[in-house]
Write a protein that binds this ligand. Structure first.
Ligand code: PMP
Length: 292
């Protein structure tokens, strides 16, 4: 059954310093971000009432805004407190939380110097980004024809809305062919990431993952690297060329929404849902649920 449309739900959101009924949180059609793609946002999960790595997510939100050239007119504490209060007001303990910041509509045109900076936060129940059955069998990934841009082509270390245009196009093309998601290469032709998650491979008992030099260095990615190191698993961050995937035994995605999600296929390459992937999946689950 389809869930209720996201613009038509009960509950509370936070917008520009106030808690408002869900349906009243709207922006004008002449909002700069809608036309020119400069919103910055975060995505974080709450487990048993606590938002995992909230401080790190909020720091990244403020850093993304700074990269795009604007200041968020609130403190990081204001945003953190609003995220926590929203969970309580919506009576949620296991939830997804989405803060977003954008330039408003006082000026129209590419220049946005005088526009008010707006901020909003929503929380909702979002059990699993990919269905549990698909996760255990391993997801099937298409290979996108779109490439992650170079760091001098786009602000690649910001979590900014405009960067997701090619992600949506890649994901739609993948879904049209029956895949769950798509792997994207970068401007050099190296393996980069999926449309909303980072990627890891297992080879001879070691973890290999691309260096995040033109895409988001995910908070989950860093968490999984720490978990692997705790188990004395060697982690190699390096340039990975597509044809190397033929020699990798396992592959998985990481992200706040995707968590640790095994892969069974990427284009012509096949992977098993193996022990190391499962171990890290369970370690991550225990950590976020405070059981580690
Ligand atoms: N890459 C992209 C494009 C993403 O959207 C995300 C999800 N925020 C990630 C990587 C993973 O980042 P994180 O682990 O911080 O959620």
């Amino acid at each position: 059954m389809a869930s209720a449309p996201y613009n038509d739900r009960d509950g509370w959101m936070w917008m520009d310093g106030e808690y408002l009924p869900w349906r009243e949180c709207n922006a004008h059609v002449l909002t700069h971000a809608l036309h020119y793609g400069g919103a910055v946002f975060e995505g974080q999960r709450a487990y048993n009432g606590t938002i995992f790595k909230l401080k790190e997510h909020t720091e990244r939100l403020f850093n993304s805004a700074k990269i795009l050239g604007y200041e968020i007119p609130y403190t990081q504490d204001d945003i953190n407190n609003a995220c926590k209060t929203l969970l309580e007001k919506n009576e949620l303990v296991d939830a997804y939380c989405r803060p977003i910041v954008w330039r408003g509509s006082e000026m129209m045109g590419v220049s946005a110097q005088q526009n008010t900076i707006h901020a909003a936060i929503a929380v909702w129940e979002w059990p699993s980004y990919f269905s549990p059955e698909a996760r255990l069998k391993g997801l099937r990934l298409d290979i996108s024809t779109w490439r992650r841009p170079a760091p001098d082509t786009a602000p690649t270390n910001a979590k900014a809305s405009g960067l997701y245009m090619i992600c949506t196009m890649s994901k739609h093309a993948a879904e049209a062919k029956g895949y769950h998601d798509a792997l994207m290469f970068d401007y050099r032709g190296q393996v980069a990431e999926a449309t909303g998650a980072n990627i890891f491979f297992v080879q001879n008992g070691e973890l290999h993952t691309p260096k995040p030099d033109c895409f988001l260095d995910g908070i989950t990615r860093r968490t999984v690297i720490d978990l692997a190191k705790k188990r004395q698993i060697k982690v190699v961050e390096r340039a990975i060329m597509p044809d190397e995937m033929a020699g990798f035994e396992q592959a998985f995605l990481t992200g706040s929404a995707a968590e640790v999600t095994p892969l069974s296929e990427i284009g012509p390459y096949n992977f098993e849902v193996g022990e190391m992937t499962k171990t890290l999946m369970f370690d991550y689950d225990a950590l976020v649920k405070g059981k580690a």
